[in-house]
Write a protein that binds this ligand. Structure first.
Ligand SMILES: C[S@@+](CC[C@H](N)C(=O)[O-])C[C@H]1O[C@@H](n2cnc3c(N)ncnc32)[C@H](O)[C@@H]1O
Length: 273
């Protein structure tokens, strides 16, 4: 199991960007990610005694995982084309049951929607869903396969994106494990700024039992896992296998009322207000 507590303690309370999102049909050049990560890591850098090279490597990881998922999109979810040693696939029945438990009404924001495993369940409850992802190919698959006019698709880098409105509920499935520890607090601040007063958050991910199914190593103190495309090309992605009670403590320390529990054999479900 990865002990993330020291990293969590060192993670800076940082926020603030002028990033923009764009409609899928109007994909703009993103702001320089390296520039952004270097600036937001300045406190962390001092605390860790590390420099710009390390910041560049975290930025490279964020870029690498975004590129990986875009190239993987056509095969994503296809267990006959594995991208890792042991699949971390969640059965659609469990995904459906967890979204039914969440039962989000009104306008819902889904971060890192992918090809729609959870989008198709969210639309059964929500009035509208705003589905954000950094992969145009994932968004196209989601639009085609979910096929629901209540969904608005946005192509954006979550590490750059700033909301221009608020939602009644926010959901992210298999995304939190891809957030580098150094950006954890900033990510939760983004979720807070996306939520209306009284709004609710839910998330699903692999938990620390999933580490046995993966090959984690550390790059600049960020847990990293290898992923492979159909054509053999290999990418590194960020992969943090949280212990549910440690995750609950970390999110609670940011001021949320939060409960995180284990579900299934290797998953966690969290809800927060
Ligand atoms: C593990 S998949 C989860 C997809 C979906 N939520 C699900 O559970 O099936 C991670 C998703 O994050 C997206 N992603 C990766 N990096 C991103 C970034 N920087 N900004 C936005 N989305 C990103 C990928 O394109 C991918 O769809």
């Amino acid at each position: 199991m990865l002990n993330l507590a020291p990293l969590g303690e060192l993670a800076p309370q940082v926020m603030g960007s002028t990033d923009t999102s764009v409609a899928l049909a109007d994909i703009a050049e993103p702001r320089g990610i390296n520039e952004r990560v270097v600036s937001m890591h300045s406190e962390w850098e001092v605390a860790m005694g590390e420099g710009a090279d390390e910041d560049d490597r975290v930025a490279d990881l964020i870029e690498s995982q975004r590129e990986f998922y875009d190239l993987r999109a056509p095969d994503f979810g296809d267990e006959t084309v594995p991208d890792r040693r042991v699949s971390g696939h969640m059965a659609s029945e469990l995904a459906r049951a967890l979204i039914d438990e969440f039962a989000p009404t009104g306008d819902v924001l889904e971060l890192a929607c992918g090809n729609g495993k959870f989008t198709r369940e969210l639309v059964r409850h929500a009035r509208t869903v705003t589905a954000i992802d950094g992969s145009p190919r994932m968004l196209e698959r989601n639009r085609r396969e979910v096929g629901d006019s209540s969904v608005t698709y946005v192509n954006a880098d979550i590490f750059e994106w700033q909301p221009d409105r608020r939602w009644d509920a926010v959901f992210f499935g298999f995304w939190l494990s891809h957030v580098p520890p150094v950006t954890f607090d900033e990510f939760w601040a983004l979720v807070r700024s996306s939520l209306r007063t009284g709004g609710r958050v839910a998330f699903v991910d692999e938990d620390d039992r999933g580490t046995m199914n993966d090959d984690i190593h550390l790059v600049e103190n960020v847990p990293v896992a290898p992923r492979t495309l159909r054509d053999g090309r290999r990418f590194d992605i960020v992969k943090v296998y949280w212990d549910p009670s440690e995750l609950q403590d970390r999110v609670s320390a940011l001021g949320w009322q939060v409960a995180v529990r284990r579900v299934g054999e290797t998953f966690l479900y969290g809800s927060a207000t």
